[in-house]
Design a protein around this ligand. Structure first.
Ligand code: NAD
Ligand code: MG
Length: 389
């Protein structure tokens, strides 16, 4: 593959989910490279105060709140007078496919990010994808859409960015396997007995990364690694049998590719999402980044442990759903979103999360053909069921 390095023209960027953890870090990158990136649109769900501040600083042409009441409040604020304020899901899809946009950063969380990914790709946009749930629920559909234009979709997830970086200059046929590293989360060393009493506060206390609430809980249950295996399966066209996860508590190696000659390449760096976010925006080029670097003159250890599928049932459920295929990953995803939400609201226990997901997977039928409509339908059904069991 011959790589084309990008020109230095300013890129118009749309950030979906700009008030979240990834969105805010993306704006830090724009702040550092104002000559390279111009913010065209910012969106969030309902946090209008945060969005108002972002609009005041970055002066985008459009800003959107999914919540219509919050959008009305924002519209009357003096600091947003030069920006067109939009509201609701239809306008979100419009912003995901804006004519003037060069790149869409999808940093929405959950199934809400799926349709915007589809719209952006359909419109031929380059998508920097943080919203892994898009690929989990509809990876097959997405790959069909971009059959001849695979570089339209660039991952932001650090493990997938690491794999992408390892694959530069390599050919698909020479890949033996993908090895996705996992920190193991806050409960890596807890016994099954201890895990019965996990509180929300325990689960939100991630050892290495500071992230949004949903992915933090997904990391604590290791569902996140299951979702990432499915994400890698679609992104890199790899059979599930050739993707494995390994626990690497230091989170310095972000993932590994082993080739057919037995050689492995890994990508390393301190745990900051700014590196993969910037790489997704500039791939296959690299820009300078004001971020910490590894200090090779200080002694440190890199260690590895196998995943304990007996204590972390969610990763096992994710792999099984991926193997089953069809609508099963969409059922898993919806049930997980609801269970995580219920856990965060202290309605259920940590150990109920895999129980609810398993029960949804057992109960709901997975026979319909995959389409946007059938995925939306099953998402709706699984949410309904997961909120009552
Ligand atoms: P977050 O919760 O911090 O932010 C989510 C953003 O989406 C916010 O701007 C919020 O307003 C918006 N949003 C939430 N629900 C919405 C809805 N229903 N409709 C429209 N907008 C909505 O999440 P995050 O941690 O930034 O994660 C975003 C995505 O990136 C997730 O898919 C996550 O798995 C992935 N990711 C995050 C990290 C990380 O370090 N945070 C790392 C890798 C991948
Ligand atoms: Mg990740």
């Amino acid at each position: 593959m011959k790589l084309k390095y990008i020109d230095l023209d300013q890129k118009n960027i749309v950030i979906l989910g700009s008030t979240g953890s990834i969105g805010e870090q993306a704006l830090e990158i724009v702040r550092e490279h104002p000559e390279q990136f111009k913010v065209l649109a910012l969106t969030c769900n309902s946090s209008w105060q945060k969005l108002a501040k972002q609009v005041e600083e970055f002066n985008p042409k459009y800003a959107l709140l999914c919540d219509k009441e919050s959008a009305m409040t924002l519209e009357h604020r003096p600091e947003v007078s030069d920006t067109e304020i939009l509201a609701g899901n239809d306008d979100l899809l419009h912003l995901a496919s804006l004519d003037e946009a060069d790149v869409i950063l999808n940093s929405l969380v959950g199934f809400a990010g799926f349709e915007p990914t589809i719209e952006a790709l359909k419109a031929g946009k380059k998508v920097a994808l943080a919203n892994k749930e898009s690929l989990v629920v509809g990876g097959g559909l997405i790959n069909k859409l971009i059959k001849d234009r695979r570089d339209q979709l660039v991952p932001v997830d650090s493990e997938h960015s690491a794999i992408l970086q390892c694959l530069v200059g390599e050919s698909q046929e020479r890949i033996e396997k993908l090895v996705i590293t996992a920190s193991g989360g806050p409960f890596r060393t807890w016994t099954k007995e201890q895990m019965r009493d996990i509180t929300v506060e325990d689960a939100l206390d991630h050892p290495n990364w500071s992230m949004g609430a949903k992915i933090t809980i997904d990391s604590a249950t290791m569902m996140n690694k299951g979702l990432e295996i499915i994400e890698a399966h679609w992104l890199f066209d790899m059979p599930l049998s050739r993707i494995e996860a390994v626990v690497h508590p230091q989170s310095v190696i972000h993932s590994i590719v082993t080739f057919t000659d037995g050689s492995s390449k890994a990508q390393l760096g301190p745990p900051t999402m700014k590196v993969p976010i910037l790489y997704a925006l500039t791939y296959p080029d690299r820009y300078k980044l004001d971020a910490p670097q590894l200090d090779w003159q200080t002694a440190f250890d890199l260690t590895f442990e196998p995943v304990d599928y007996d204590r972390f049932l969610c990763i096992r459920l994710a792999i099984e759903a991926a193997e089953e295929g069809g609508l099963a990953p969409a059922i898993l995803n919806a049930a997980n979103e609801v269970a995580v939400d219920r856990f965060l609201n202290k309605e259920i226990m940590y150990i109920d999360i895999p129980r609810i997901i398993d029960s949804c997977l057992q109960t709901l039928s997975n026979t319909e053909k995959i389409s946007l409509e059938s995925l939306k339908n099953i998402d709706h059904k699984a949410r309904k069921l997961a909120s009552t069991i």
